[in-house]
Design a protein around this ligand. Sequence first.
Ligand code: 3HC
Ligand code: NAI
Length: 704
Amino acid sequence: MAVDYTTHDGVAVITLNNPPVNGLGLSTRAGIVEGIERAQNDPAVKAIVLTGAGKAFSGGADITEFNTPKATQEPTLHTVIKTVEGSAKPVIAAIHSVAMGGGLELALGAHYRIAAPGAQIALPEVKLGILPGAGGTQRLPRAIGLEAALNMIVSGAPVMSEKLAHPGLAHPGLADSGLFDEVVEGDLAEAALAFARKVGAKAGPHPKVRDRKIEHPNAAGFIQFARNSVAAVAKNFPGPLKCIDAVEAGVQNGFDKGLAFERDCFIALVQTPESHALRHAFFGERAASKIPDVPSDTPVRDIKQVAVIGAGTMGGGIAMNFINAGIPVTLLETKQEALDRGVGTIRKNYEATVKKGKLKPEALEQRMALITPTLSYDDLKNADLIVEAVFEELGVKEQVFKRLDEVAKPGAILASNTSTLDVDKIAAFTKRPQDVVGMHFFSPANVMKLLEVVRGKDTAKDVLATVMKLAKKIKKTAVVSGVCDGFIGNRMIEQYIRQALFMLEEGALPAQVDKAIEKFGFAMGPFRMSDLAGNDIGWAIRKRRYQEHPDMHYSKIADRLCETGRFGQKTGGGWYDYKAGDRTAYPSKVVDEMITSFSKEANAERRKISDEEIVERLVFALVNEGAKILEEGIASKASDIDMVYLTGYGFPLYRGGPMLYADTVGLYNVERAIRRYASRPNGDAWQLAPSIAELAAKGRGFNG
Ligand code: 3HC
Ligand code: NAI
C-alpha cells in the first residue's frame, strides 16, 4: 500500500508510504485522492494531515514513470493537487526531511504547511532538464515572493525549512517568507494533529496559495534581469529559461493561464534529449554504487583513520578529500623535504579557498590539524585504509606494498592510486590480496568527482562495499572497473587520442580538431588538454605501448612534437604557442608546418576533414572501446562508462555520456560509420566491437 489512512480524534492522517522517498507514482497519487475523498465523507473528520513515512515527505514525481503511460494516467499530479486544494476540510501538509519537486508542489496545494527544521525544500526539476510541472512555477512565487521563488526554481537548490517560515511565527529572526505556518522543534506528528484541530475548528473557506498575489515593485524588470543572467549560463539546457517563461506567464496572465503554460512547457521539456541525458546521469550516478554480485547489505569495514603514502601531486589532493570529510590522515613520505612540500601545498590550497571566502580561517587550522606527517611506517599501524600514491613504477610499488603488508593492521584496506599498473600484480606483493583494491583518483584529486575503484581478482566484496560507501562520504562518484590497461577511462581515451593524431596526419590541424569537439560540447579538445597535462606524459605512455604492442599502429606525430621539447603550457609551447602568464592557446605556425611536413614524409595525402568526421571519429572511438569494455566485463553497465566520462573527462552532460549518445545516434548508424572509417587510411585502428553490430541488428542500444 503506497498510502496509509488513519484517523485520530477528528483528524484524518494521510501518510505517503512509498519507499524509498515517497515518489508520487500512480498508486501513491491514487491513494492520496482516495484518502481525501474518504475524509470528506467522514463527518467525524474536521481536518486532514498529509505527511510522509520514512526518510522523506516526498522526493517528488516518480521519475521512472516519465515518458510512460503511467505518468499521464489519472489521477495525475495536477488532479491530486486540485483535489487537495479543493477539499472543503482544511489540509495540512506536515513536512520533514525532504519535500522536493512534486512533493513541494503537493504541499503548496494544501491550505496550511508545517515543517520540522532542517527539512530540505526544493524544486530541483531543472536539474533533470524539466521545470516544475505541477504548479510549482505558479504557487511558489505566490508563497514566498517572486525573487526567492525564481532563485529556487532556476537553481533547483534546496533551502532549509526554517528559512521559509511565516514572518513572526516560529523561529523569529530566521523567518523571511511565507511557505510554512509553523516550524516545529518537537514531535511533528503531534504538532500536526494539534494544528489540524485548531484550524479544523475554524469555519472555511481555508486559504489557498493560488489566491495570493505576487507582489513586486518591478516584476518585469526583475524577470528580464533573471533571463539575461540565466541565458549566459544555461547555454545547452533549455530548462532554466523555460522556468522563467513559466513564472512570467503567471505574473502577466494570472494563475490559470500560467498553469496551462507551465504544463505545455513540461510536456515539451520532458521529451528533450537534454532531459533524457540528465535523468540518465541521475540514475547512472546511483546505479554506479551498485555492484551486481555485491549485495547492498554487505557489511562494511569501519574507516576512522586513513594513511596516504606519497605527498606529491596526487597524494596531497587525496589526503584533502578525507580531511574535508573529517577523517584524520597520516601522510608518509621518504624525505622530510618532500613531506614539508606536500603539507605546504595542502595548506596553500586551503588558504586559496579561504581567500575565496569558501572556507572560514579557523576551519583551515582544524583541517590542517587532522594531518599527521610522518617518515615512519610505524605510524601507519592504526590506519583502517592506506592509499598509496608514489611514483608510477612497479618496483617502487613493490617496496611500498611489501612494507605495508608488514605494518598494516589485519583488515586494513590497502589501496593503490596507480593509473596504469596491474592491480593484481600489486596485490600479489602482499599476503593479503583480498584487502587490496585500486582507488584511481583524477587530478586535481581534491576537485575531480570521479573515482575509479579497481577491483582485483581477489579483492574482497566487503572491501569494495566499504570503498564505495566511503566514496560517497568524500563526495566522489565511484565507478567500479575491472583490471585492464588504463581501466575504463584512460583505456577509452587512448583510442580517442589515437584518432586525433591520425587526423593530424590526414589533413586536420590541432585548432580545427579542438574546435570541432569543443563545439560538440567537450570542455577541452584533445590538443589543448594535452598541452595542459604535459605532452611528455603521453609520450612516456606511448613509449611503453610501442614495446608492449609492437604490432599496434600509432601515429608518431606527437613524438615528433615532443622531440622538439614542446611539452605544453609548462614549456611555453606545445601543440599551441603560449605567452607568459597567459593560458590562451594560440595556433602555432611552427607546429602547423611540422604537421604538414610530417604528412609529406609519411606519404599521407592531406585532405579537408569535416567537423562532422572529427566528432564521429573521436566520439565513436570512445564508444567502440566502451563496447569492448562492456563485452569483457571491465564495466558492468553502460551507464557506468557514461558516469566515468561525465565526471572525469568533460564529456558534455547534456549528451549523457558516450554510450547514451551512441544510443541517441542509433547503433546502426554508429556501426556504419565505424565500418566506413575502417575502410580508409589508418582504418586498421577500427576493430568494430561485435556487440555494436549485435545490438544494432536487434534494433537495441547499450541502455536497452
Ligand atoms: N523518483 C523516482 N525515484 C527516486 C526519486 C524520484 N523522484 N528520488 C529518489 N529516487 C530513488 C533513487 O533513484 C534511489 O533509488 P535506488 O535506491 O534504487 O538507487 C532512491 O530513491 C534513493 O535516492 P538517493 O540515493 O538519492 O537518496 P538520498 O537520501 O541520498 O536523497 C533525495 C534523497 C534528496 C530525495 C534525492 O533522491 C533526490 O534528490 N531525488 C530527486 C528529487 C527530484 O528531482 N525531484 C523532482 C522530481 S521531478 C518532479 O517532481 C516533476 C514535477 O514537477 C511534476
Ligand atoms: P608525484 O611525483 O607528484 O608524487 C609522488 C610522490 O611519492 C613524491 O612526493 C615522492 O617523493 C613520493 N614517493 C616516491 N616513492 C616513495 C616511497 N617509496 N614512499 C613514500 N613516498 C614516496 O606523482 P603523482 O602525479 O602524485 O602520482 C602518484 C601516483 O598517482 C602514480 O601512481 C600515478 O600514476 C598516479 N596518478 C597520477 C595522476 C596525475 O594526474 N598525476 C592521476 C591519477 C593517478
